[in-house]
Unconditional design. Structure first.
Lengths: 249, 255
């Protein structure tokens, strides 16, 4: 297979996950459960044999019901997780904007959190110094710069998160439900910003529950159900099939 | 690893700042408190134990301070380190960053705290009539070993803490026991010679005794102590690094 024009290639990627009694139990309970044979851990394939490839400028929408393995797949592409089986090839630097509002620290000020988040996304200090004012302006948080982060409303938090994240200049952009941020006015602004980034010719991967959005933006769609790849290809036909599948359920 | 650190330097700096600010709640008193706590321990021990051990031990205040200085650094760094993975789960499950950054950043803020206490320690030495000597420079050796040892123990604990949340209670019992076994306020000369050797099995005791030999005896510790100090640090670090490598993916299931 040739990878020359491909930015993202997944070959038969599978991720094994474990669920069961192991979370939040102490050593004591672990030992007791092991002794009484009451310790159950189940393995399952959160992502099971997914293969597809994307080229520069592609915009992929991932659809599927809750627990279909969408977020896990994104983590694999973002190289936070390694696949248990299969191969992932990613050419270029990846910016993953997963669940924007988490990962902030409530005790730090807005300014400090902005820098911390910038650092997490791999920006340099110089870049943050230059961009800081426009980030705050875009998020409309001028009066809150030195307030503790926990005093912000959840809408403000997501607005800040989006404003920092939207400065990325990656080759591959991963968006997990980030387009639904803030009030209507801000949503308009953020969508415009997003479209501008996508328009630069990056490869974009978008997870969304809004089929309308997917139809509008994407040129390829991946449909996952319980980790399995149902369809990959043309958005219109797949979205129609998916809708029919949802209606039957 | 160096290249990776360089790449994540900005993040690392921001993490250190965050941990430092959070620890001291951005107050001057915050820093004062954390300096005060080893001093209070010192004061209490000085008052209580002087009757029992102070008469047979030269420079008893300095003797005690060597013990509390080392032990409180160890205890602070490892306890802070323990929660480094769990506390930062929100970050490394969303962004691809090396997980040891979080542990190192907590260790940096503990080290700063240790550095400040160390300066007070030197002042106390002066007050206690200890003469400074070129050999004091050798103190960098046990400090470096201890830094590495703390990072190693911290990484083991932080990994365990992801899997078993009650480790923190078990560990606080363990540190209490370790404190009594580290000869902080008593002198091991009362034991038989081969019983004294058993104390060398305790890494913290080794670091404390290195300090005491230099500061109070004004002598250079023998080669065994040097080798042990290094070996304990190396073993702890290797064990910790192994755990991080082995469980790097597994952490994600638990958080």
């Amino acid at each position: 297979m040739e990878y020359n024009n491909k930015t993202v290639v997944l070959e038969n990627v599978s991720v094994r996950y474990i669920v069961g009694d192991f979370k939040n139990i102490g050593l004591k309970e672990y030992v007791v459960r092991k002794l009484t044979r009451n310790y159950h851990v189940k393995e399952f394939w959160a992502v099971d044999g997914v293969s597809f490839s994307l080229e520069k400028g592609d915009m992929l929408g991932i659809i599927g019901s809750n627990g279909a393995g969408k977020s896990t797949l994104l983590k694999v592409i973002a190289q936070i997780m390694n696949p248990t089986k299969g191969k992932v090839i990613v050419n270029g630097n990846v910016a993953a904007l997963l669940e924007l509002a988490s990962g902030f620290d409530g005790d730090l000020t807005v300014r400090e959190n902005t820098y911390l988040r910038g650092a997490m996304l791999g920006y340099t200090r110089k870049f943050m110094d230059e961009m800081y004012d426009s980030i705050i302006e875009f998020a409309e948080l001028q009066e809150f710069q030195d307030r503790p982060f926990k005093q912000l409303s959840s809408g403000m938090k997501s607005r800040l998160a989006f404003s920092i994240a939207s400065l990325v200049n990656p080759d591959i952009l991963i968006l997990d439900e980030v387009l639904a941020v803030g009030d209507v006015a801000f949503r308009k602004k953020s969508e415009a910003k997003m479209l501008e980034i996508i328009g630069r010719g990056v490869t974009t991967i978008l997870v969304s529950h809004s089929l309308q959005q997917i139809r509008q933006l994407c040129n390829k769609v991946l449909w996952l159900e319980r980790g399995k790849q149902m369809e990959f290809g043309d958005p219109k036909t797949i979205c129609d099939k998916y809708e029919a599948y949802l209606n039957k359920k | 690893m160096i290249r990776k650190l360089k790449k994540h330097q900005f993040l690392f700096e921001e993490l250190v700042k965050r941990d430092f600010k959070k620890k001291y709640k951005r107050t001057v008193l915050g820093i004062l408190w954390s300096l005060l706590s080893p001093l209070m321990t010192l004061l209490v021990m000085r008052i209580v134990f002087t009757q029992f051990f102070g008469r047979t031990t030269n420079h008893y205040t300095t003797y005690l301070f060597c013990g509390t200085l080392i032990f409180s650094y160890f205890s602070d760094a490892t306890n802070q380190g323990m929660s480094s993975l769990v506390d930062n789960a929100g970050i490394f499950t969303k962004v691809n960053v090396p997980k040891y950054l979080f542990l190192l950043s907590k260790n940096v803020s503990s080290l700063i705290n240790f550095g400040l206490t160390f300066l007070i320690f030197l002042v106390f030495c002066l007050l206690d009539g200890i003469t400074f000597h070129w050999r004091f420079i050798l103190l960098f050796y046990p400090i470096m070993c201890l830094v590495v040892f703390n990072i190693g123990v911290g990484s083991i604990l932080s990994a365990l803490y992801v899997f078993f949340k009650d480790i923190q209670y078990l560990y606080s019992i363990f540190t209490l026991m370790l404190m009594y076994m580290s000869a902080i306020f008593y002198n091991i000369d009362a034991y038989e010679p081969h019983a004294q050797k058993l104390f060398l099995l305790n890494p913290i005791y080794v670091y404390i005794s290195y300090f005491r030999t230099i500061v109070i005896k004004q002598a250079i510790p023998d080669l065994t102590i040097h080798i042990l100090a290094f070996a304990y640090a190396a073993v702890a670090l290797l064990a910790g690094a192994r755990m991080y490598k082995k469980y790097n993916q597994r952490f994600l299931y638990y958080l």
